[in-house]
Design a protein around this ligand. Structure first.
Ligand code: GDP
Ligand code: MG
Length: 148
């Protein structure tokens, strides 16, 4: 039986790869140049609290220089909505809410798949106040975390 797939979506530099590497165990495959999606993504075996799953880092989409952030983000979100069982939307609690975050949230609100909103870089209890503005995304309770 194949494991459930969790896709991590988010702007460049929010900490997707850091989280991916913290949770992931071993790389299972790299897929690139899908028609219509074009950028690569990495599949990783993962286990957390006795739950086994496969994670996709859609972040490869970022590395196309000709690609604007917003376009990349739309591609990431679409890929996640197509392939994942659960979508982890990661945002940056230090930078705060951005237009690109709002755009992706709009897309993710239309999927029936579960979306978890993670606010990264909440490195200390003092920073927990930084999560509240992300309620504006309409994706439920933002979950504070510190990937590093
Ligand atoms: P990605 O582009 O979304 O894959 O982001 P990366 O994982 O490459 O991380 C971008 C930057 O954020 C790096 O400099 C990381 O060290 C930093 N970073 C990642 N997680 C955390 C965190 O929990 N706290 C802080 N302060 N920095 C972090
Ligand atoms: Mg990355």
């Amino acid at each position: 039986m194949s494991k459930p797939i969790v896709a991590i979506v988010g702007r460049p530099n929010v900490g997707k790869s850091t989280l991916f590497n913290q949770i992931g165990k071993k790389r299972v495959s790299i897929v690139d140049d899908m028609p219509g999606v074009t950028r690569d993504r990495i599949y990783l075996d993962a286990e957390w609290l006795n739950h086994e799953f496969t994670m996709i880092d859609t972040g490869g989409i970022e590395f196309d220089e000709s690609n604007h952030i917003l376009k990349s983000m739309r591609q990431q979100a679409q890929l996640a909505m197509d392939e994942a069982d659960v979508i982890l939307f990661l945002v940056d609690g230090r930078t705060g809410l951005t237009t690109a975050d709002e755009e992706v949230a709009r897309m993710l609100r239309s999927t029936k798949k579960p979306v978890v909103l993670g606010v990264n870089k909440i490195d200390s209890p003092q920073r927990e106040m930084d999560v509240y503005e992300f309620y504006n995304l309409g994706l439920g309770d933002p979950i504070p975390l510190s990937a590093s």
